[in-house]
Design a protein around this ligand. Structure first.
Ligand SMILES: [Zn+2]
Ligand SMILES: [Zn+2]
Length: 466
C-alpha cells in the first residue's frame, strides 16, 4: 500500500489525545490554523482516522500528491500508443502499478485488459470505475515534445498510431485514482473494481474485443459491481464536466453496401451498368433519408457514407464496388425506421440501374444510456469534484458512440465528459477527438482523478449494505 505514512489503524486524533496532553506548540498552532484542512492536519500528525468518512481535504491533498505522476504516466503512454487489442505495454504498466498498490489484479482480460480490485477497510457494496487504453491509426500533428512516432498494423496495413482520443489521459487518471483510493483504503466502505479496457474504438477486423468481451470474461462478476462510472476527455472549457441522463451518446450501426453492375469501357457506359453513378445517387438519397424522412426535432440522427471503394482506371467502369458508413441514433424505434428506409432506398435505386445491391448492418455500439436515478445521484458528487458552476447535467446528446454502453446494459452506469480544451481556446474550434491535432489540457488531469475518486467513494457511502 502506498500513500502517506500515517498509521492506518490508529484512532482519530480527537479521541487519541488524552485530556491535558499538550502537543508541541508548533504542531498545536499548526493544527488550529489548519483545522478545516483535515488532510494537512493528518499529514502533520502520526495518527489518523480508521473509520471516519473520507474528508474532502484529505482527498484534495492526496490528489495533489499524485498529480505529477499522473502527468508523467499520461506523457509516457502518449509517446507509446498501442492499437486496439495490442495494448501490451500499457497493460503491463497498469498491472505493475495496481500490484504495487496491493490490489488483486487480473491481466490479459479480453486480450490485454487489466482489472484491479481494492477491498476497503469497511464493509459495503461494490462499485466499478473504467478507463479505455487503445490508440488510433492517426498521424499525430500536435507538435508536443512527447508526440507519438509509433507505427502499428491496422487491418493488415502499416499505419501511424496516436492517442488521438485521449485514452492516454484516461489510463493515467484512473491509475491516479487507484493510488489515491489505495491510500484511503481503511476508510473505504466497500470494494472498488478498476477496469482498464482494451479496444474501445473497436477491435481489428476479424477479432473480438472491447467492453462486451471484458463482460464475457467476468469483469462484472466476483465481485459484482452495483454501479459503474466512466469519463471521456473532449472539447470543452477546461475544468467542466458535462453529461445527461438517459441517451447521452449515440447507438452506432456500421453499414456496408456492395454494388454489382456490369463492367464496361469508360467511353461506352451504355454497354454496361454504371455503379459509379449509382453509388453517387445512393449517397445523395441516403443523405435525404436522415434529413427529410424522420422527425429531426424528436431525437438527433446522423447517417454518413464514409467510404467508397471501386475501380482501378480512369477508363473502366468497374464490375463491383463497396461503400461503408455509419448510422447514429438515440431512439430504438427511429433506428429501426431508418434502417428500413435505407434498405428500400438502396434496393430501389439499384433496381432502377439494373444493378444488384446488398446492404448489411453491424452493431458497432449500443446507446450510451445514463441511468436516470444514478445520474441524479451523481450530480452533487461531480459538483463536489468540479464546483457546481462547472457541471452541466443537461448536456446535449452527442453523436459519437462509446462501448461503455455495454456495461450500462448490465448495471446502472453514468458516463460523463471532462472538458479538456486548451486554455483560452473556444471549445467549438478546438481540434476534436480523432483529429491529428487533438490534445488534452493536462490541467484537467487532477479533476478527472477527483471525479473518479468521488463518484466511487460517494456511491459506496450512499449505498451501505444492510
Ligand atoms: Zn475515440
Ligand atoms: Zn474515446
Amino acid at each position: 500500500m502506498v500513500g502517506q505514512s500515517w498509521a492506518p489503524f490508529a484512532p482519530p486524533i480527537a479521541r487519541r489525545r488524552p485530556a491535558g496532553h499538550r502537543l508541541p506548540i508548533a504542531r498545536e498552532i499548526a493544527l488550529k490554523i489548519l483545522a478545516p484542512f483535515a488532510a494537512l492536519a493528518l499529514a502533520l500528525s502520526p495518527v489518523a482516522a480508521q473509520s471516519s468518512p473520507a474528508s474532502a481535504a484529505d482527498i484534495t491533498a492526496r490528489i495533489e500528491a499524485v498529480t505529477p505522476k499522473v502527468v508523467a504516466w499520461r506523457r509516457d503512454i502518449h509517446a507509446n500508443p498501442e492499437l486496439a487489442n495490442s495494448e501490451v505495454r500499457t497493460g503491463r504498466l497498469v498491472a505493475a502499478h495496481l500490484k504495487r498498490l496491493g490490489f488483486e489484479v487480473r491481466e490479459r482480460v479480453a486480450h490485454t485488459g487489466v482489472v484491479g480490485v481494492l477491498r476497503g477497510g469497511r464493509p459495503g457494496p461494490v462499485v466499478a470505475l473504467r478507463a479505455d487504453m487503445d490508440a488510433l491509426p492517426v498521424l499525430e500533428q500536435t507538435g508536443l515534445p512527447f508526440a507519438s512516432r509509433a507505427k502499428g498494423r491496422f487491418n493488415g496495413a502499416e499505419t501511424p498510431v496516436a492517442h488521438a482520443c485521449g485514452h492516454d489521459a484516461h489510463v493515467a487518471m484512473l491509475m491516479g485514482a487507484a493510488e489515491v483510493l489505495a491510500g484511503m483504503k481503511a476508510q473505504i466502505p466497500g470494494t472498488i473494481v478498476f477496469i482498464f479496457q482494451p479496444a474501445e474504438e473497436g477491435p481489428p477486423a476479424g477479432e473480438r474485443g472491447g467492453a462486451p468481451m471484458m463482460i464475457e470474461e467476468g469483469v462484472l462478476a466476483n465481485p459484482a459491481p452495483g454501479a459503474i462510472f466512466g469519463l471521456h476527455v473532449g472539447p470543452g472549457a477546461p475544468g467542466t464536466i458535462y453529461y445527461r441522463a438517459e441517451g447521452f451518446m449515440a447507438a452506432a450501426d456500421t453499414f456496408e453496401i456492395k454494388l454489382t453492375g456490369k463492367q464496361t469501357h469508360g467511353a461506352w457506359p451504355a454497354q454496361g451498368i454504371d455503379i459509379i453513378s449509382l453509388s453517387s445517387a445512393i449517397v445523395s438519397e441516403l443523405n435525404t433519408v436522415a434529413a427529410r424522412t424522420v422527425d429531426v426535432t424528436a431525437t438527433p440522427t446522423v447517417l454518413t457514407v464514409a467510404t467508397i471503394h471501386g475501380g482501378v482506371r480512369h477508363n473502366i467502369i468497374p464490375e463491383d464496388l463497396t461503400m461503408t458508413g455509419t448510422l447514429r441514433t438515440f431512439d430504438a424505434a427511429q433506428r429501426e425506421r431508418i434502417k428500413a428506409r435505407m434498405e428500400t432506398t438502396v434496393n430501389n435505386l439499384a433496381a432502377s440501374y439494373g444493378a444488384k445491391a446488398e446492404l448489411t448492418f453491424r452493431v458497432a455500439g449500443a446507446l450510451t444510456y445514463n441511468d436516470p436515478a444514478l445520474s441524479r445521484a451523481a450530480q452533487p458528487w461531480l459538483e463536489e469534484a468540479a464546483g457546481a458552476a462547472n457541471v452541466n447535467p443537461f448536456s446535449r446528446p452527442t453523436t459519437v458512440s462509446e462501448d461503455f454502453s455495454a456495461y450500462q446494459q448490465k448495471i446502472p452506469g453514468v458516463f460523463y465528459f471532462l472538458g479538456a480544451s486548451a486554455d483560452g481556446v473556444d471549445p467549438a474550434t478546438s481540434p476534436p477527438n480523432h483529429s491529428p491535432q487533438f490534445d488534452v489540457n493536462e490541467k484537467v488531469l487532477p479533476l478527472g482523478v477527483r471525479a473518479h475518486v468521488l463518484t466511487a467513494l460517494r456511491w459506496l457511502e450512499a449505498n451501505p449494505t444492510r
